[in-house]
Ligand binder design. Structure first.
Ligand code: ATP
Length: 234
């Protein structure tokens, strides 16, 4: 579904992505793991076209999307949930969710999607009229994911959904990610919480300073002694 080949990206003179090649098969959960500054967020941003690509191939459903605008990317079905749950703090929960529908042409189906989002996150339904800035961290993360789902993504890019959340809430969020995937949305997940990410993933890539240093099926990586030592804190 998504294919990156030898992608290079720079911030000024900083060579942030040094020949990244990844594949995301339709229907799967694929994780990008690695330490701070490894290039995980930058990889998501070159896909959603928020960072420009110096060289390499980016294809989605066999179309070259390298020169698409961020709006065109969303219209094609690639939707990113940014790190740090960037909700609109002055707007209500429902208003935030409706912003996600901006690029949709099938306006008649929006109420169905809203119902679906509320079944994933009943808490958002209860708090529909609450100002988003007053939600807890976990609720804001749910809202950020819910807003992305309102755009009806084919491929959901999730940037550190567990960041700064209590362990029980992280567990809930990961369960819901699994559920969203089961119902047909392909997921590319960026996480520092490598162990938990691998538990829900089909495949994973481990990045170090802008390069992929390991890749494999999640269940193989989880039992690989070197990977365990270096990345899973075991
Ligand atoms: P983190 O988990 O800390 O976000 P990451 O793996 O997502 O880490 P990136 O955010 O992709 O890493 O950063 C990759 C490299 O690019 C880092 O060296 C970072 O300092 C640099 N970088 C990222 N954004 C910018 C920017 N806007 N300007 C300059 N350098 C940047």
């Amino acid at each position: 579904m998504l294919k990156l080949r030898d992608v290079n990206a720079y911030y000024g003179y900083v060579h942030a992505l040094k020949g990244i090649s990844i594949d995301v098969e339709e229907g799967k959960i694929v994780s990008l793991l690695g330490a701070n500054g490894a290039g995980k967020t930058s990889t998501l941003k070159v896909i959603s076209r928020l960072v420009s690509v110096e060289s390499g191939i980016i294809e989605f459903q066999e179309r070259n999307i390298k020169n698409y605008s961020p709006e065109q990317i969303v219209s094609m079905g690639i939707v990113q949930v940014p790190e740090g749950r960037q909700v609109f703090p002055q707007l209500t929960v429902k208003e935030n969710l409706m912003i996600g529908t901006f690029t949709r042409k099938d306006k008649d189906n929006i109420p169905n999607t809203l119902d679906k989002v509320y079944t994933y996150f009943p808490r958002l339904k209860e708090r529909e009229k609450q100002i988003a800035g007053t939600l807890s961290g976990g609720e804001q993360q749910m809202l950020a994911i819910g807003r992305a789902l309102m755009a009806k993504p084919k491929l959901l890019l999730l940037d550190e959904p567990s960041l700064g959340l209590a362990p029980l809430i992280v567990k809930d969020i990961f369960e819901i990610i699994k559920e969203i995937n089961k119902e047909g949305t392909t997921i590319l997940l960026v996480e520092q919480n490598a162990f938990q990410a691998l538990q829900i993933s089909d495949y994973a890539y481990i990045l170090e300073t802008g390069k992929i240093v390991h890749q494999g099926r999640a269940n193989q990586l989880i039992s690989d002694q070197n990977v365990k030592k270096a990345y899973l804190g075991a």
